[in-house]
Design a protein around this ligand. Structure first.
Ligand code: SR1
Ligand code: MG
Length: 404
C-alpha cells in the first residue's frame, strides 16, 4: 500500500549516499551504527552515528499509524513537519531540532540528534524537575505566535504560509481523537469499571459539552499562527545542565503543525501537566505534583513576557494597538484552559493513553483518572472566572489532592 521504499537499519547508509545534503554531513562509508528508536505512535526514527562526524536523526513517516497499521494516514505529514521545523527554527532555533534535509519522495527528514536529551514525559514520571523547561516552551510558543502570525508577517506572506500549512488529515485526527470520540460512544474509548461513572458525569454534563463544542470550533477555525499542533510532554526533549553543558529544551515532532489557535499549544502542555500531577498525587508525591502544576503559570508568564517584548516589532501598528495585544493574550489564556481540559481528558478516555496514567496500579489509576476528569471540568467550565493561571492550577492541585 506504500508507493515508496520504507527504510530499515541496513538501508540507511545507502539512503544517505543518495542525499547530497546529508552525505556532506555524514559520510555513508563512515557510518558505525544505526539504531531505530521510534517510540511514538506514528513514525520510524533512526539515530545514525558516523566515525568522527557525530550523528544525525532520520525520521520517516509510514503511510499508516505505527501503533495501528490498519489505520492509513498520509505520509505527507513529514513535509508539514519539515515546513514547521524550518519556520520555527528561523524564529526560535534554540527550542527546536535543527533541520538538515527534507525528502518529499521518501517522506524522510534529517535533523539534529538530541540523544543527550530525554523525553519530558518520562522525566516527569521519574519525579525529575527540569527547571527552565516550561519557560523555554512559553518563549517558543510566543516566538511562533508572533513570528508566523499577522503580527510578525506581511499579510501576503502570512496567507502564503497559511496555505502551505493546511494539514487536513492530521487536523482530522485531532478533531476526532481530542474533541469528538471521548464525548460519544466509540470503539477507541476504554476506561476502568471504577471510572465509568466519572466519565458519564463528565461527558454528560451539558456545560462540558457546550465548552468542548466551542473549543473544537476554535481549533477548526482560529487560524492564528503556525502552531506545533501536538505539544504534549512527549513532544518535548529536555536536558539538564551538567558541567559546561547548558540545559536545553526542544519541541519536536511537529507533524500536526497547521495554522491554528495559539492556545492549543499552551493548552497541550497544561493538560499534560495535569496528567503528570495526577500521577504524582496518587503516588503520594505532593511536592512533585505542586511543582508540575506550577509549570503551567511558569510557561504562561514566559509566553506573555516574550510576546509583549516582541510586540513593538509588529508589522502593522496602525490599528494593532496595545488593546489588541491585551485582548489577544486574554483569548489565548482562555482558549488554553479549554484545550488543556480536552487534551487531558482524551488521554484518559480515548485512543492513545499516556504512561503517566497507564503505568499506575489499578486502584491508583482509577483515582488519578477521576482527578483528571474533575480537573478538566474546572478548566473547561469554571476557568473563565480565573485570569490568574497560577491560582487556576492551584485549584487543580486542590481537586487532585482531595479526590478519592
Ligand atoms: C493516531 S495518532 C494518536 C495521537 O498521537 C499523537 O501524538 C497525537 O496526539 C495523536 O492524537
Ligand atoms: Mg507525536
Amino acid at each position: 500500500m506504500n508507493d515508496y521504499e520504507i527504510l530499515d537499519i541496513a538501508a540507511v547508509p545507502a539512503y544517505i549516499a543518495g542525499r547530497p545534503a546529508l552525505a556532506k554531513r555524514i559520510d555513508p562509508g563512515r557510518v558505525t551504527a544505526v539504531r531505530e528508536v521510534g517510540d511514538g505512535n506514528m513514525n520510524l526514527v533512526f539515530v545514525v552515528d558516523a566515525d568522527g562526524q557525530g550523528s544525525v536523526v532520520l525520521k520517516q513517516s509510514l503511510p499508516w499509524v505505527r501503533i495501528a497499521p490498519d489505520w492509513p494516514v498520509t505520509p505527507d505529514r513529514n513535509g508539514f513537519e519539515a515546513n514547521a521545523l524550518a519556520a520555527h527554527g528561523a524564529m526560535a532555533p534554540e527550542y527546536v531540532p535543527a533541520l538538515y534535509d527534507a525528502d518529499e519522495d521518501r517522506h524522510v527528514i534529517a535533523m539534529e540528534d538530541l540523544s543527550d536529551h530525554r523525553v519530558w514525559r518520562g522525566a516527569l514520571i521519574d519525579g525529575l524537575r527540569h527547571e527552565g523547561a516550561a519557560a523555554d516552551l512559553g518563549r517558543y510558543v510566543a516566538r511562533v505566535a508572533f513570528g508566523t502570525s499577522v503580527f510578525g508577517l506581511d499579510p501576503a506572506d502570512q496567507k502564503a504560509a497559511l496555505a502551505r500549512a493546511v494539514n487536513p488529515e492530521l487536523c482530522r485526527i485531532t478533531e476526532d481523537l481530542v474533541f469528538t470520540e471521548p464525548y460519544i460512544r466509540h470503539e477507541h474509548n476504554s476506561v476502568l469499571p471504577a471510572n465509568e461513572a466519572d466519565v458519564a458525569a463528565y461527558v454528560g454534563d451539558p456545560a462540558v459539552r457546550a465548552a468542548i463544542g466551542a473549543a473544537k470550533l476554535a481549533f477548526m477555525t482560529h487560524a492564528e499562527a503556525l502552531i506545533h499542533g501536538d505539544l504534549h510532554t512527549g513532544s518535548v526533549l529536555v536536558r539538564a545542565a551538567t558541567g559546561t553543558t547548558p540545559r536545553s529544551t526542544r519541541a519536536f515532532d511537529a507533524e500536526f503543525a497547521f495554522y491554528g489557535p495559539v492556545g492549543f499549544d499552551l493548552g497541550a502542555l497544561w493538560g499534560n501537566f495535569v496528567l503528570a500531577a495526577a500521577r504524582a498525587t496518587v503516588l503520594g508525591a505532593a511536592d512533585h505534583a505542586a511543582w508540575v502544576l506550577r509549570q503551567a503559570s511558569v510557561a504562561w508568564d514566559a509566553f506573555e513576557a516574550e510576546f509583549r517584548a516582541l510586540w513593538p516589532g509588529r508589522v502593522d501598528p496602525r490599528v494593532f494597538g496595545d488593546g489588541v495585544r491585551d485582548r489577544f493574550l486574554g483569548t489565548v489564556r482562555a482558549d488554553a484552559a479549554g484545550f488543556a481540559a480536552a487534551k487531558a481528558a482524551r488521554r484518559v478516555i480515548g485512543f492513545s493513553k499516556v504512561a503517566d496514567i497507564e503505568t499506575l496500579p489499578e486502584a491508583e489509576r482509577a483515582v488519578a483518572v477521576r482527578g483528571v476528569l474533575r480537573s478538566a471540568r474546572l478548566l473547561l467550565v469554571d476557568s473563565p472566572r480565573h485570569t490568574d493561571v497560577r491560582r487556576l492550577f492551584d485549584e487543580v492541585g486542590d481537586i487532585l489532592a482531595t479526590v478519592d
